[in-house]
Design a protein around this ligand. Sequence first.
Ligand code: TMP
Length: 207
Amino acid sequence: MEGIFITIEGPDGSGKTTQIELLREYLEKKGYDSVVTREPGGTVISEAIREIILNPEYKEMSYMTELLLYAAARAQLVNQIIRPALIEGKAVICDRFVESSAVYQGIGRGLGVSTVYEVNNYALGEVKPKLTIFMDLDAEDGIKRKKNQTELDRMEQEDIEFHKRVVEGYRKLAELYPERIVPIDATLSVEDIHSRIVSEVEKRFFK
Ligand code: TMP
C-alpha cells in the first residue's frame, strides 16, 4: 500500500478537529488526495453503530459489547474507505482509531490493552497507521472545553476518574510506542501544534 495513514488521538475536547483540517490542507499542498474520516463513523453502517454506542439512554451496555461495537464500526471503515484509499495512494487522516479502543475500553473500562488489540486485529488486517498524533491534554481541561459546546454523549458522561485513566493510558501508550505515537502538548497554540505535526509527518513520509 503506497498511501499515507495518520491517526489523531486524544481526550474529548483536545482540539483534534482543527489540527486535522490543517493537516489535510498541508497534505493536499504536498500533492496528496486526502481522505478525512472519523471513528466511530465514516460510513453509513459505522455511523449507525456510532448512534448505538453513544446513545446516553443505553446505560446497560456491557463493556465487551462496547468494545465489539467499536471494532465492528472500525472493520467497516477499514474495508470500505481506508484500505481502498491507501491502495490508490491517497493520504488518510482518521480522527481516532484503534488506540482509542486501547485506552477507553482497554484501560478506562479495564478490559486490558492486549485483549483490545487482539480483537481489533480482525478489524484491521494489515491496515495500521504509520503515525499517531496524541493531543495531550489533562482530562479536566478536555471535559471543560466540551461542556461549553454540546450535550454530553454516553462516553463523555463518564466520571472524571474514567477520563483521567484515559489520558494516563494515552501517555503510557506513547511511552511504549515512541516511534509511532507522538504526544503533542494540546495547550500550545494552534500554529505551534500544527508545525510540530508537520515536522513529524516530514520525518516519516518526506525524507
Ligand atoms: P468523538 O467524540 O471523538 O467523536 O468520539 C466518540 C467517543 O467514543 C469518545 O468519547 C471516545 C470514544 N471512543 C471509544 O471509547 N473507543 C473507540 O474505539 C473510539 C474510536 C472512540
